[in-house]
Design a protein around this ligand. Structure first.
Ligand code: ZN
Length: 248
């Protein structure tokens, strides 16, 4: 059947079901053949398979195959009652945060630096001065950069994700599942140009803002998470607008 991707084959941590009526399929190519339905909030164990024909990820269990888009697995290092130390969070396609995790040190980003769309813009306290220094440095060179998205709670991400699946299908690689979005960390911003010409597009990297960030963001502790080079490893498309704070 398939190429096997097993990041941690022997890891015993179970995956938890976050979509109601997630099913175990006998054969991932025969969707109608359902072994049984998993309960929302239930747990299931297995190893990860990616079907090379469809690019869909599955969890292979003893009973059959579960769509990876319906389950999440919390990394033991991500279980903290308050906040996870910045730079130690493990968050990718295979490991996530508890969906209810909310950093307890979120602060507001001053509205003047954000796209004015009525949203709340928040970031962890330690990341904010670095962000403001970066935006001010760019502005002082005539490059106006705005924040388009910042902290997002896990349940908001669930809605974004389910919408993306509806529009683009189950193997879409644009939106992360709830618990697997770096935005939930509170250390990540999506940035854009002040006229909002290249919002969430690959062409952002060719704008003055995209070019300035590529050259200078690292000086302020911000780095791109998703590049053309790491798409195969991360499972996400290249995102020149998405910057994560790792510390200065
Ligand atoms: Zn983003």
């Amino acid at each position: 059947m398939t190429r096997i991707i097993i990041p941690d084959k022997n890891d015993p941590h179970p995956w938890s079901v976050f979509v109601a009526e997630s099913a175990i399929h006998r054969d991932p190519l025969v969707i109608s053949d359902v072994v049984r339905i998993l309960p929302h909030g239930g747990e299931v164990s297995g190893t990860v398979y990616t079907n090379p024909d469809t690019d869909e990820d599955w969890l292979a269990t003893g009973e059959g195959f579960v769509p990876l888009t319906t389950v999440t697995r919390v990394h033991p290092g991500n279980i903290h009652s308050a906040t996870i130390p910045i730079g130690t969070e493990i968050i990718d396609r295979w490991w996530g945060l508890p969906i209810g995790y909310i950093p307890d040190d979120l602060v507001d980003i001053p509205a003047g630096w954000c796209i004015n769309d009525g949203k709340e813009y928040r970031l962890r306290q330690v990341a904010l001065p670095a962000l403001l220094d970066m935006l001010e440095a760019a502005a002082s060179e005539g490059v106006e950069i705005r924040v388009l998205s910042s902290w997002r709670p896990g349940d908001y991400q669930r809605n974004l994700y389910m919408g993306a699946i509806e529009r683009m299908g189950r193997n879409q690689r644009a939106s992360a599942p709830p618990g697997h979005s770096e935005h939930q960390l509170g250390t990540v911003v999506d940035l854009c140009d002040v006229e909002e010409k290249e919002v969430l597009t690959a062409a952002f990297s060719d704008t003055p803002q995209g070019r300035w960030l590529a050259e200078h963001a690292g000086e302020f502790g911000f780095f791109r998470s998703y590049t053309d080079e790491n798409t195969a490893r991360t499972g996400y498309i290249s995102e020149p607008w998405h910057w994560r704070f790792w510390g200065r």
